[in-house]
Design a protein around this ligand. Sequence first.
Ligand SMILES: *Cc1c(COP(=O)(O)O)cnc(C)c1O
Length: 476
Amino acid sequence: MKYVSTRGGAPEASFLDILLGGLAPDGGLYVPASYPQVGRAELERWRELPYADLATAVLARFIDDIPAAEIGRLCRATYTARVYGHGRPDSDAAQIAPLRWLEPQLALLELSNGPTLAFKDMAMQLLGALFEYALARSGERLNVLGATSGDTGSAAEYAMRGRPGINVFMLSPHGRMSAFQRAQMYSLADANIFNIAVEGVFDDCQDLVKSVSNDLEFKRRLRIGTVNSINWARVAAQVVYYFRGYFAATKNSDERVSFAVPSGNFGNVLAGWIAKQMGLPVERLVLATNENDVLDEFFRSGRYRVRSAAETRATSSPSMDISKASNFERYVFDIVGRDAAVVRRLWSQLDAQGVFDLSSTAHWESVRRSGFVSGSSTHADRLATIRRLHERSGLVIDPHTADGVKVAREHAMPGVPMICLETALPAKFAETIVEAIGREPPRPAGYGDIESRPQRFTVLPADVAQLKAYLGAHAG
Ligand SMILES: *Cc1c(COP(=O)(O)O)cnc(C)c1O
């Protein structure tokens, strides 16, 4: 399996070549040169596999420079009941990503039972194992530098904690995360985890990371890397649970299902698109946004208009508060027939004008045939969705998942099961849950006292020179 850039100007690369990197050298994103195809007989065989073996089978189709036995070892070490057993008391921890039926044709795929109670653990934990493997092989070390407003940073820290060869430096806005999110990150005692509370907002944190990354000499000397949502291994690891969800919802591989996916950076739903491209019988990919409806606007109108920071609203599903969708380029590459010249033209127009429009081009028909439909929710919609589901079934869902359930209902088709991806547990967003149902969400066992554990973090001003000095003193 070779990887090519969506902009067509970078050398072909292998999986390990791109594992630790970000953008391709030409500014594009790496994608498989072609998608592996999975036939019906293979689907029937995969249907029977436990999660770790299914992950091995899927990932082996994307990786040809790690021996299959080694991929299997990494997957079996990652996808365990110990790592993914933090869900609701009645969740089936023995089954990674269990499916829960809410109504006869509506199901919840539980992806948030990992250590940080959000779906990002599904891929990030494997990424930690892959990083450790790759660094041990090359004898190198890596200092991961990131900025977080909550979910990504904690998922990265829990995936990398205690791993030899890796340090994590995570910037977060001082005093601006929820008490639960802060406790999750700052209570980690591992020597390779460095929490940096920046005196500023999330954008300041991101700007600091960009400034450090733009100093190529510094970046190379300190071996600084990132784990953001364009990381290809994360996308590949997410493909697995679309297969798992499909198998759990169907009896044989002639049936079709739809998926509803709360979306921000287009990473999660991109994995669904890839599963469909591989031959998984997917009817609809239902993309849900919140008030930050960049992607909903595109799938309704053909117009992709990125937003400014000032136009990006802070909502009650904060992990979807995006101004542009960093993985979207990978989907557009497929839609324009994998013509890198078209992608280059569209993205230079985006850089210059902040918008491109496919509606009056031949590509719009490809979008409409691609299976994507979309919708968005408001704060009031999410509260109503959480309340209604709770009244009917007793189940509490988080506001991001509620975005998905709300839009899923608008696109349900008779006879086609709709699988809603659960992207976080409600315990992480207690304030909104209290607003919706008048009481605190349940907390998984072991998380009851998290705010009272000792916390470790360093406060720094939003100043590049001071951040660099700190990295220089602590990088491994
Ligand atoms: C990251 C995240 C999302 C958005 O996922 P993308 O891959 O960026 O589309 C949705 N919900 C939660 C809880 C998240 O953490």
